[in-house]
Design a binder for this molecule. Structure first.
Ligand SMILES: *Cc1c(COP(=O)(O)O)cnc(C)c1O
Length: 390
C-alpha cells in the first residue's frame, strides 16, 4: 500500500532566485529609470549568456516563440520547411506565421527527434530549410542533417528550447546549424519568467534579427524591415542574471534525481527511459519515460490518470502531434501512415516530475507506485489465466 502524497507533486517547478537579491535588482532597475530597450541588465545578461552558451552572437527576446518566429523571418525563407510533428505547437506555429508550409518527417525511435534518414525523401524544389527540435534535451543528428542541408542548399534551424547548456562531444549546442532558439520560460531549466534567446551563425543575419525584434527600426526614424516588438525587458533580464547563478547547482540536483529514477525504474517491464545520453550532453530539462501498454499492462493514459490519484501530476509531452492539428491534417506529410513512429511514441510518452527541489524519497515513491501498478496487473493476469482454465 503506497499512500498518496500529501502535497501535490507537479511535473516541474520554476527555478526561483533569492527574493532579497531580486529586490536589490528591482531597486537597481528603478534607480536607473530604464525599464526596457537594451538597458544595463539586458546587456549584462546577453554577455553572461554568450559565455555560458559559448556562442558568438545572441539576441534576447521576450519569449522563445518570437525568437524562433523572427529568426525564421530573418532568413527570408520560402515554400516548405521539413520539420517534426513531435514538438510543442510553437515550433510549427512559428513556420505558419512566416507563411511557410511544414512538411512533417517521422521521428527516430531512440531520441524521438526528427529522423535524419527520412529527411531526404521529403525534399522538393520548394524546400528551403530543415527545422529540427532537440527533444527533451537529446540533440538531433546534427552531422547528418548538415550534410543533407549542404547537398541541397537548405538552411538549418534548431528549436533548442530544451537544450540550455547541452554539448555534443564538448561542442556547444548553439554552434550547430544556422541558428538555434532557446526558451527561458518559467518551466525551462533556465528562466527569465518568460523569455528567449536566438543564436545566429551569420553576422549579417544576426543584425537583421536585432532589427526585427525592435519594430524593424534601424534608427529612430528609419524603418527597414517589417518587424515586431519582441524585446526582453530589464526586469526579465535582471531576474535572469540571478537565476543563471543557480543553474549549475540545479543541474547537480537534477543529475541525482535522474540517477534515482534510473535505478528504480530499471526492472519494470514496458518502461523505457528516454533521457539516455551521458551527463555531459544532458540539459536536465525533462525526465521522460515511454510506457509500452502490452509489456507494462496499462496504457500511458491510464497511468497518467492513476498517478493523479496519488497526487502526482505528470504531463503528456508531446501530445497531440502537430501533424494532427485541424489545419495541417490535410497535408500529405501529416497522414498517420507516413509517421508511424511519431504515432506510436505520442501514445507512450510521459514526462515525470523533475526539478531540483524534488526529494529523492519522493522519486523512489513515484517509482514504487509504477512498480505496484505493474505487479498488480501481473497478478490480475494470473487470476485471469486461472479463471480461463477453470
Ligand atoms: C517551451 C517551448 C517552446 C516555446 O518557448 P516559449 O519561450 O514558451 O515561447 C518552443 N518549443 C519547445 C520545444 C518548447 O518546449
Amino acid at each position: 500500500m503506497v499512500p498518496p502524497f500529501i502535497e501535490p507533486i507537479y511535473v516541474t517547478r520554476p527555478l526561483l532566485a533569492d527574493k532579497e537579491n531580486i529586490k536589490n535588482k528591482i531597486d537597481e532597475i528603478w534607480e536607473s529609470k530604464w525599464l526596457t530597450n537594451n538597458g544595463t541588465q539586458h546587456k549584462e545578461l546577453e554577455k553572461e549568456l554568450k559565455k555560458y552558451l559559448r556562442v558568438e552572437n545572441l539576441s534576447l527576446f521576450n519569449n522563445g516563440t518570437l525568437a524562433l518566429l523572427l529568426g525564421l523571418k530573418s532568413l527570408e525563407l520560402k515554400g516548405e520547411v521539413i520539420t517534426t510533428p513531435f514538438t510543442f505547437p510553437a515550433t510549427v506555429q512559428a513556420l505558419d506565421w512566416n507563411g511557410l508550409t511544414p512538411v512533417f518527417c517521422d521521428i527516430d525511435p531512440q531520441t524521438l527527434n526528427i529522423d535524419a534518414n527520412k529527411i531526404e525523401a521529403l525534399i522538393t524544389k520548394d524546400t528551403s530549410a530543415i527545422l529540427g527540435v532537440h527533444v527533451f534535451g537529446n540533440p538531433c543528428d546534427v552531422v547528418n542533417i548538415q550534410k543533407i542541408a549542404d547537398k541541397y542548399n537548405l538552411k538549418v534551424i534548431y528549436d533548442g528550447a530544451h537544450v540550455f547548456g547541452t554539448k555534443i562531444n564538448g561542442k556547444p549546442i548553439g554552434s550547430f546549424g544556422d541558428m538555434t532558439m532557446f526558451s527561458f520560460h518559467a518551466t525551462k531549466l533556465f528562466n527569465t519568467l518568460e523569455g528567449g534567446g536566438l543564436t545566429v551563425k551569420d553576422e549579417k543575419v544576426n543584425e537583421r534579427v536585432k532589427i526585427l525584434k525592435n519594430f524593424g527600426l534601424l534608427g529612430p526614424e528609419e524603418v527597414v524591415l517589417c518587424g515586431l516588438n519582441a524585446k526582453m525587458n530589464e526586469v526579465q533580464a535582471g531576474i535572469g542574471l540571478e537565476v543563471l547563478k543557480l543553474v549549475d547547482e540545479e543541474r547537480v540536483k537534477r543529475d541525482k534525481i535522474k540517477e534515482t529514477y534510473e535505478n528504480n525504474l530499471l526492472n519494470i517491464p514496458g518502461i523505457r527511459i528516454i533521457t539516455i545520453l551521458k551527463n555531459e550532453y544532458s540539459s536536465y530539462q525533462y525526465f521522460v519515460i515511454e510506457i509500452d501498454e502490452e509489456k507494462y499492462g496499462r496504457s500511458r493514459d491510464w497511468v497518467h490518470d492513476e498517478l493523479e490519484k496519488y497526487n502526482v501530476f505528470t504531463r503528456k509531452y508531446f501530445y497531440p502531434l502537430c501533424s494532427d492539428f485541424e489545419w495541417y491534417k490535410h497535408l500529405a506529410s501529416a497522414q498517420p501512415e507516413n509517421l508511424p513512429q511519431a504515432q506510436k511514441s505520442v501514445k507512450q510518452v510521459l514526462s515525470m516530475p523533475y526539478y531540483g527541489e524534488l526529494e529523492l524519497e519522493s522519486v523512489e515513491k513515484i517509482c514504487a507506485i509504477l512498480k505496484k501498478i505493474h505487479s498488480e496487473i501481473s497478478v490480475d493476469n494470473q487470476y485471469q489465466l486461472v479463471g480461463d482454465m477453470l
